[in-house]
Design a protein around this ligand. Structure first.
Ligand code: NAD
Length: 253
């Protein structure tokens, strides 16, 4: 069977679980070689096993996206092994429990950590592997959130900042024919999302969707495949909501 990403290399951050794992498996199913980053090494090994079960290959790397030095060192190492990288999915992110608790009194150190992982690291990693993305005329996909359209949470603020970076990165990388697009998921069934939203709010948010079913990790993975494929190649400098029509309804109202 003809696979759309055979011979291509896809880098996924936060590949140990949830949406990152779903991205990895979707691209593996299309024949890609995966390069997976995370701080959760056991989860990375599990994802790699699932990829190999599908007949594809992967390398795994413990990289803390809050540490610029680790990102730069990873970039150097990966460029030595790969002269082309077709897709970078900046998926790693955290909510620090703030969605449920609110950010009052969070303190500067936590704000900085939040912004570093959710907003700044995607740019740092893209810069670290830019030559290989340029050679492949690749795409950067930044993982935003429906919450980026609501300024009421610190998480939403970090993701709104990432949306601005997505536009800035599309502009900056265009000279190298690298596209940059954001995906803003709604409420998708992952373990982390279920831990971050209490059951009552979960049901409330789900009821606000126009599409009356649970969003899945595969919904997001399928969108990324389309954006990275030839069929999606005219899409650039855009953040795309994938939330069952739940846009801008607010978290707590
Ligand atoms: N699931 C949802 O409903 C939803 C909705 C909107 C946006 N998102 C975003 O999608 C992404 C994935 O979400 P998920 O639900 O799969 O969460 P998840 O917690 O299952 O996955 C995130 C991964 O990122 C990794 N990670 C966290 N901090 C890291 C760091 N400093 N360095 C390297 N890796 C780190 C974690 O170990 C984890 O494997 C996140 O950016 C999240 O904000 C998720």
């Amino acid at each position: 069977m003809n696979k759309r990403f055979s011979g291509k290399t896809v880098v996924v951050t936060g590949g140990a679980a949830g949406l990152g794992r779903a991205h990895a498996l979707a691209f593996a199913g299309e024949g890609a070689h995966l390069v997976l980053l995370d701080i959760n090494e056991a989860g990375l090994a599990e994802t790699r096993g699932l990829i190999e079960d599908r007949g594809s290959t992967a390398s795994t790397h413990r990289v803390d996206m809050s540490d610029e030095r680790q990102i730069i060192d990873f970039g150097k190492a990966i460029l030595a092994d790969h002269d082309r990288i077709d897709v970078l999915i900046n998926n790693a992110g955290l909510h620090m429990g703030e969605i449920a608790r609110g950010f009052s009194g969070m303190g500067l150190a936590k704000w900085q950590h939040f912004f570093t992982v959710n907003s700044f690291a995607p740019l740092l990693l893209a810069e670290a592997i830019q030559p290989a993305l340029a050679k492949a005329k690749g795409i950067i996909i930044n993982k935003s959130s429906m919450a980026s359209y609501n300024p009421a949470t610190a998480y939403g603020i970090t993701k709104a900042t990432l949306n601005i970076f997505t536009h800035a990165m599309a502009t900056q990388f265009a000279a190298d024919d690298i596209r940059c697009v954001g995906i803003a998921p709604g409420l998708m069934a992952t373990e982390a999302a279920q831990q971050g939203v209490d059951p009552e709010n979960w049901e409330k948010l789900k009821a606000m969707q126009y599409v009356k079913r649970q969003g899945t990790a595969e919904d997001i993975a399928n969108l990324a495949i389309f954006l990275a494929s030839d069929e999606g190649s005219f899409i650039n400098n855009q953040v795309i909501l994938c939330d069952g029509g739940n846009m801008m309804r607010g978290w707590r109202g």
